[in-house]
Design a protein around this ligand. Structure first.
Ligand code: ZN
Length: 345
C-alpha cells in the first residue's frame, strides 16, 4: 500500500473471511459478522513492535470467536497481542474484549466512560432494567401491544458481550499512545456513545473512526431508557465541530461499518446538515402536541419491526430532547405516567 491515502486506497478489496487486508502501513482490516440487518463490523489489527494491538473485538458469538481463532493461526502469526483497545462499549465493539484479554493476557484500553458503561450494562438484571424501560416507552407514547417486545431488549447487552475486562488502561482525549512506533492521538467523539475513542495517526494519515463517522449511514444518535433526559444530539453536533477543527481533511477514514473512505470534512458537514434537516422536520411535526411515537412515524415512513422501532424512537427523542434543550419545543409531562407531548414554542 502507498503511504499516501488517496481515493484509490479507499477502494481496496474487502478482507476475506478469517483474513485481513492492509489499508495503511502496519494497519490491517478485518471484517466480522453481526446478527443484524447491519451484518458486519470492521476491526483493525495494528502492528505493534513484536506483536499486535487489536482495535475493537466483534460481537460475542460462536461465529466471531471461530474467526478470531483463524486469525490467531493465520494473520496474527502466533505473535503476542499486547493490547485490546475498544472505541466504545457497544456489543459489536466490546463484545469479545474480555474473551480476547483472557486468552492473550493483553491489557485493555478504552475511555473511562465507555468501560464503566459496558461494565454497568452487563450487570443489569430484568428486575433492575425492565421497569424503567417500560416507563420510558410509555412516556414516548408506545402502544401497549408492543411494550412487551420492547422490554425484551432491556437486558440484551448482557448476553451480547463476554464479561467486560475488570482492569482498565484509561485513554483520555488528547492522549498519544504509541502503537507500532508512532504516536496515535486519542480524539474523543460523543453522541453515538458517551466517550468514544477515535484514533488519529498523523504520520500515517489514518483515522480509526469507530461509529463516530460512517460513510453511507448516519451514526445512530439515540436517547435510551437509562438516560431519558440526555441531549446526545447536542454532544454529537459539538463533536462534529471538534473533529473538523482537530483532524486534517486528508486522512483515510477507517469506519466500523462500510469501507475505508476519504473526505472527512465533507462527510462531517453532510452529517450536520442531515441533523439540521431532521430538527426542522421534528419541529414542524410538533405544530400541534404530539408524542415521540407519533413524531417517529413522521420521520420514518417505512415499516419498522419493534427492534428497529427502538432505534427510530431513540433517534427521534434525540432530536426532540435537543429542541427542548434549545428552547424550541415544550415538553408536556402528565403526572399519571402517560405519554409526554411535544409542541413548538
Ligand atoms: Zn456503536
Amino acid at each position: 500500500m502507498p503511504a499516501d491515502p488517496s481515493p484509490a486506497a479507499a477502494r481496496v478489496a474487502l478482507p476475506p473471511e478469517g483474513g485481513a487486508v492492509a489499508v495503511a502501513p502496519g494497519v490491517h482490516w478485518v471484517r466480522m459478522p453481526l446478527p443484524f440487518a447491519l451484518d458486519h463490523i470492521n476491526l483493525w489489527l495494528l502492528e505493534d513492535g513484536d506483536g499486535w494491538t487489536i482495535a475493537d473485538t466483534g460481537y460475542n458469538s460462536e461465529a466471531t470467536r471461530a474467526l478470531w481463532l483463524r486469525l490467531f493461526d493465520g494473520v496474527l502469526a502466533g505473535r503476542p497481542v499486547h493490547r485490546v483497545l475498544c472505541t466504545h462499549f457497544h456489543p459489536d465493539h466490546m463484545g469479545l474484549a474480555g474473551w480476547l484479554v483472557g486468552r492473550t493476557g493483553a491489557t485493555f484500553a478504552t475511555s473511562l466512560t465507555e468501560w464503566l458503561y459496558g461494565r454497568a450494562l452487563s450487570l443489569d438484571t430484568s428486575e433492575l432494567a425492565v421497569p424503567p424501560t417500560l416507563s420510558f416507552y410509555r412516556r414516548a407514547g408506545a402502544p401497549e401491544a408492543v411494550m412487551e417486545r420492547l422490554a425484551v431488549w432491556a437486558t440484551a447487552y448482557r448476553a451480547s458481550v463476554s464479561p467486560i475486562p475488570a482492569v482498565l488502561h484509561r485513554l483520555r482525549d488528547g492522549d498519544r499512545p504509541m502503537i507500532g512506533g508512532v504516536p496515535w492521538r486519542v480524539v474523543v467523539g460523543r453522541g453515538h456513545a458517551p466517550e468514544q475513542v477515535c484514533l488519529h495517526a498523523a504520520d500515517r494519515r489514518v483515522l480509526i473512526a469507530g461509529d463516530q463517522v460512517l460513510e453511507r449511514i448516519s451514526p445512530n444518535v439515540s436517547v435510551w431508557p437509562n438516560e431519558p433526559d440526555a441531549d446526545p444530539l447536542g454532544d454529537f453536533l459539538d463533536s462534529i465541530a471538534a473533529l473538523t477543527a482537530t483532524i486534517p481533511d486528508d486522512v483515510l477514514i477507517l469506519p466500523s461499518h462500510g469501507v475505508p473512505f476519504t473526505g472527512l470534512h465533507a462527510r462531517l458537514a453532510a452529517l450536520a446538515a442531515h441533523h439540521a434537516e431532521r430538527l426542522n422536520t421534528c419541529r414542524a411535526a410538533c405544530d400541534r402536541p404530539h408524542t415521540a411515537w407519533e413524531v417517529t412515524r413522521a420521520l420514518f415512513t417505512r415499516d419498522l419491526d419493534p427492534h428497529q422501532m427502538r432505534f427510530a424512537v431513540g433517534e427521534t427523542l434525540a432530536h426532540l430532547n435537543h429542541l427542548v434543550h434549545r428552547g424550541a419545543l415544550h415538553r408536556h409531562r402528565p403526572d399519571d405516567g402517560g405519554a409526554d407531548r411535544y409542541v413548538a414554542r
